[in-house]
Design a protein around this ligand. Structure first.
Ligand code: SF4
Length: 286
């Protein structure tokens, strides 16, 4: 935090510009928002979703397409939840907004044994409520505040514990095919989002009011990635970029690539670039 307010305002302006550009690029790359969309922005009360809504509101002013932004927050009836904080913030924005009240806290407490993490069930219940709300209110997109670091953490969680090469996509069709979920912060880092949220003074409502521990494994992956990035700056960014540059012929999924049909070419045959193409900067282990 700077003691010189002018300098701080200037730096926040630069940061805002950078984040806005990243969000704009993610929206364009994945065609996240289209003419006439009704985008439901899910506000948890944390730094990420406040930042997302703030940036989307700014981007909409200059967007080449018309779309609605509807802010939606779920009051899960956790003990100590401050009921006025979100309501006051949303009122100040002057946009359509809704606060849904549903006591998922009691359900989770009842179902999960004492001492176990409640986040898995809590998130599933929250998702169900928000998806239902989106259907009932004509939302065409659901915007979530996940960022680049969430995506990379999820990749490693799925690899380490699920044996799957799978992350968290910037744009997703829900399993029932009824909702399109978008993650416009996919190109932004958690550190910059945290810095922006602090500078903007968003009224943060902590997620752990319920007393649940943070997802233990995710916490470990987070610190593993932080260590890597300290030792080798840029590594996490490279992991993320690798998700945008996948070479199926150099993995080992027989459903993804026709390894079985792969054979040497007879002289004069056109080269099969699918099989032998190696991008210049790919490091080969052989
Ligand atoms: S910390 Fe509490 S409110 Fe947040 S996801 Fe976990 S169980 Fe739900």
């Amino acid at each position: 935090m700077h003691s010189d307010p002018r300098k701080q305002r200037f730096e926040t302006g630069i940061l805002q510009q950078r984040l806005r550009r990243q969000v704009g690029r993610a929206i364009a790359d994945f065609n996240m928002v289209e003419q006439g969309d009704r985008v439901m922005v899910c506000l948890s009360g944390g730094k990420d979703s406040y930042t997302l809504l703030d940036l989307l509101l700014r981007l909409r002013e200059r967007a080449p397409v018309d779309f609605d932004l509807v802010a939606v927050h779920l009051d899960q009836k956790q003990p100590g939840y401050p009921p006025d904080v979100m309501a006051r913030y949303l009122d100040s924005l002057g946009i359509e907004h809704h606060i849904i009240e549903q006591d998922t806290y009691s359900v989770v407490k009842r179902v999960i044994p004492e001492g176990n993490t409640m986040c898995g069930l809590c998130s599933r219940l929250r998702r169900g409520i928000l998806y239902t709300f989106a259907s009932e209110h004509g939302m065409t997109k659901i915007a979530l505040g996940h960022h680049r670091d969430d995506i990379v953490e999820t990749l490693f969680l799925n690899m380490f514990f699920g044996a799957k090469l799978k992350a968290m996509p910037p744009k997703l069709l829900s399993d029932d095919g009824r909702h399109v979920v978008i993650r416009p912060l996919a190109y932004s880092t958690e550190a910059e989002i945290a810095q922006y949220a602090e500078a903007r003074g968003f009224p943060i409502i902590p997620c752990n009011l319920c007393g649940s521990q943070e997802h233990l494994q995710r916490g470990k992956i987070k610190s593993m990635l932080a260590d890597w990035d300290r030792q080798f700056p840029g590594r996490v960014e490279n992991v993320f970029r690798s998700l945008q540059s996948v070479v199926p012929s150099h993995l080992a999924d027989t459903n993804l690539f026709g390894f079985r049909d792969l054979g040497a070419r007879a002289e004069g045959d056109a080269p099969d670039e699918r099989a032998w193409f190696l991008p210049e900067r790919t490091v080969s282990a052989d």
